[in-house]
Design a protein around this ligand. Structure first.
Ligand SMILES: Cc1ncc(COP(=O)(O)O)c(C=O)c1O
Ligand SMILES: Nc1c(O)cccc1C(=O)C[C@H](N)C(=O)O
Length: 398
């Protein structure tokens, strides 16, 4: 299967006149989603009210959706819980990991990690007030920074700015060799490239579903726990939906005997229904084919942009094997240039200080889109259209 014949573009609502290169931030709208959302809202909520927890099986939806995500990240059925936001799931994973290594005081991440991951860890460490420390070496130094003081290693596999990947299997091996607990953030991995959670042996993984999984803005996050350790994982947020028997209404918390113990409160049913529907586009799709197509699209994109725009400098690894499903270019007028592109229907985004970021999503992009985008990029850069003062007003949040 090549980039041009992954037969999925027709499954999405793609606005006319737009080439969407931002599926690494917010995925596109799959076609069945609007009907599914209105069925959930009108027929289930409106018509069945509280009965829908049973009659529409809302109660098992978080687990059913978790099992569908599991297939996409190399995890066993029952090993993924859904709900909350990724920030919350990071907090839970790190808190649980620290309890598993009570004598150790270091959480190791890297200086390129997405800010919320680092903020959540610092907040947690402050609350614990136990003399812990967050270390953030350069991404290239992480593997060599893992020593026996490290309780937990928290890394995002694909760097949000540059797309640079960490070697999951190798770093997990190094973490385990030093006796540390491994936590992977798969925000930019799930649905972007093959991930082998079970195979690499990581204790925890977390991720979001609004990017490559197309679950929509604010879609529920997920957390993976390696099945053999789940009974020893102490939930830091002991909410009733993580209880072994939520409706027994017991006064004291007893965690569920599965990954479900990392659920917290009432699941977001409308968003879960939307995500469940969005996951239909993955039926029959192999992540290996997505990866192959993503590399083809990325290589074409890099070649075309570099040929047409020598002013831009590739900020992503040139080696496709070390890159996720995005391509970034550094350009000093990157913010304004991105606004000029968006104005012309080519939607990517900008990350400070100077990164123009383009997500490549083979489910709804083909070679023709890449060529058209490259033409517009060339026009904006070579004609210096980014110099228009209206593109220099920093009014966009993303
Ligand atoms: C690596 C990473 N972690 C976390 C987040 C955000 O987490 P949340 O879904 O809680 O906003 C993002 C993107 O928003 C991200 O790229
Ligand atoms: N989650 C986002 C949001 O609520 C608004 C705007 C952007 C986002 C993102 O997901 C950003 C994304 N994680 C990034 O890699 O920059």
């Amino acid at each position: 299967m090549s980039a041009s014949n992954l037969p999925k573009k027709e499954l999405f609502e793609l606005p006319e006149g737009v080439i969407y290169l931002d599926g690494n931030s917010l995925g596109c709208l799959p076609k069945g989603v609007v009907d599914r959302a209105s069925e959930t809202i009108e027929r289930e909520w409106g018509g069945q009210l509280i009965r829908a927890w049973n009659s529409a099986d809302w109660i098992s939806l978080p687990r059913r959706v978790g099992d569908r995500i599991a297939r996409l990240v190399g995890a066993a059925e029952g090993s993924i819980a859904t709900g909350d936001t990724l920030s919350i799931k990071v907090y839970q994973a790190v808190a649980a990991a620290l309890k598993m290594r009570p004598g150790r005081k270091v959480v190791l991440s890297d200086s390129g990690n997405f800010p919320t991951d680092l903020y959540m860890v610092r907040g947690l460490l402050q609350t614990l007030d136990g003399g812990h420390e967050l270390r953030t070496p350069e991404p290239e130094q992480v593997a060599d920074s893992i020593d026996e003081s490290v309780a937990a290693v928290l890394l995002t596999q694909v760097d949000y700015r540059t797309g640079r990947t960490h070697d999951m299997a190798e770093i997990t091996r190094r973490a385990h060799e030093a006796g540390a607990v491994m936590i992977w953030d798969l925000a930019h991995s799930a649905g972007a490239l093959p991930v082998d959670l079970a195979g690499c042996g990581t204790e925890f993984a977390v991720g979001c579903t609004y990017k490559y999984l197309n679950g929509g803005p604010g879609a529920p996050a997920f957390i993976y726990v390696r099945p053999d350790i789940v009974s020893g994982v102490e939930p830091a947020l002991a909410g009733w939906m993580g209880h072994d028997a939520p409706f027994a209404m017991e006064l004291f918390y007893r965690p569920a005997m599965s990954t479900e113990r990392l659920r917290v409160g009432t699941p977001p049913i409308v968003q879960l229904a939307i995500l469940d529907e969005a996951l239909n586009v993955w039926e029959g799709v192999r992540l290996e084919d997505i990866r192959k197509a993503s590399i083809e699209l990325s290589e074409l994109f890099i070649a075309e942009v570099e040929r047409r725009c020598p002013q831009l400098t590739l900020a992503s690894p040139r080696d496709a094997g070390k890159r996720g499903s995005q391509v970034s270019f550094a350009f000093e007028n990157g913010y304004a240039a991105m606004q000029a592109l968006i104005d012309r229907g080519v939607i990517g985004d900008f990350r400070a200080p100077n990164i123009m970021r383009f997500g490549l999503t083979p489910l709804y992009l083909d070679n023709g889109d890449i060529m058209s985008a490259a033409e517009v990029i060339e026009e904006v850069i070579s004609e210096e259209l980014y110099r228009d003062p209206k593109y220099n007003v920093r009014s966009r949040v993303t």
